[in-house]
Design a protein around this ligand. Sequence first.
Ligand code: MN
Length: 243
Amino acid sequence: MIDLHCHLDLYPDPAAVAERCEAEGLYILSVTTTPSAFDGTEALAKGKSRIRTGLGLHPQLAHIRRGETGLFADLLPRTAYVGEVGLDGSPECRPFWTEQKAVFGELLRDCERAGGRILSLHSRRAATAVLDALEAYPKAGLPVFHWFSGSGTELRRAVTSRAWFSVGPAMLASERGQKLVAAMPVDRVLTETDGPFAIVNGERLMPWDASLAITGLAKVWCRPVEDVRVQLRDNLRRLSSSA
Ligand code: MN
């Protein structure tokens, strides 16, 4: 099972969650929201062969943590994965749009200089702006849109720009989310949870709840669960071989 976007460090007992992920054989991309969280979060993956740690600077924190872009550049050689990064155009984040764009541009430029990374991207109400930024830094790496919620037109543009997508139970619970997922190329989709932020049926998602995304995908794709598992495993193999 695969959780390509969760925040291990933000669970109340992160070490216990990491242990269970390892015991259950889960493949995890453990993303961070600030560069200063990277060291501690990477330590959770120590001795665990299937957990990768992403170096991130979340767009909702860009205006507060702008001073950490230097640390981002310093830490970048230590990982093939960057996330969570991106832009957020929702009303509460709009006041900091200029700072967000400046920070995201700086991070993408650093990724280009470092030879490219796999990018776990936040694009809430900002898919067009994120796509524009990726076009401005075409060698920043392989984009993976996490919880994509843009328009059908924005999705088509992302697909054309060879982007990947990670989809979770919360997204698959809505009809709109299902429609978007149905329009994604099956060979560029992976599962995620966005735990502990994402909530389904009043419960905070755990990484192993990625199983709910597998059954959700089986419905959207009209394929047996076992087929979906094989497809996702194959997708992960191709994604990680590009790291
Ligand atoms: Mn997230």
